[in-house]
Design a binder for this molecule. Structure first.
Ligand SMILES: [Zn+2]
Length: 131
């Protein structure tokens, strides 16, 4: 009954997207910080975030909300990619990662081969690196 009512209520409305999820995550974090600090400013910010999420969920202006979400995704994509490559590097125990001292290009060598001569493919520099 309630579910039916909710689904009828949500017809033509925007609902959740990645941006709303991100706002909710920030909301939860700030809310916890607020519980510990009791800062009045945080109370206001948390309320504002909640209202923004509700507004976006219930909005009928779908094009506008989609555009906002697309802009948000474009903004966080480089951060996500960086985070992913960082994690992959931490899980990779077979290689040692470093930057070319000449051009800063990211490189990797197999671990445990002692001191080796590395040739940078980006700038052509040759240098010694321990692996
Ligand atoms: Zn280089």
């Amino acid at each position: 009954m309630i579910r039916q009512w909710v689904s009828r209520f949500m017809v033509g409305r925007y609902g959740m997207d990645q941006l709303n999820t991100a706002i909710m995550v920030v909301y939860l974090i700030l809310y916890v910080v607020f519980l510990f600090t009791r800062l009045a400013v945080l109370d206001l910010i948390v309320l504002a975030l909640l209202l923004v999420t509700l507004f976006r969920m219930l909005s009928r202006n779908l094009d506008r909300r989609r555009a906002e979400n697309a802009r948000f995704l474009q903004l966080v994509r480089p951060i996500c990619r960086r985070f992913k490559s960082c994690r992959a590097r931490m899980q990779d125990r077979d290689h040692r990662y470093f930057k070319c001292p000449n051009c800063g290009q990211q490189m990797r060598v197999p671990r445990g081969k002692g001191r080796i001569t590395v040739h940078c493919r980006a700038c052509g520099a040759t240098f010694e690196e321990k692996s």
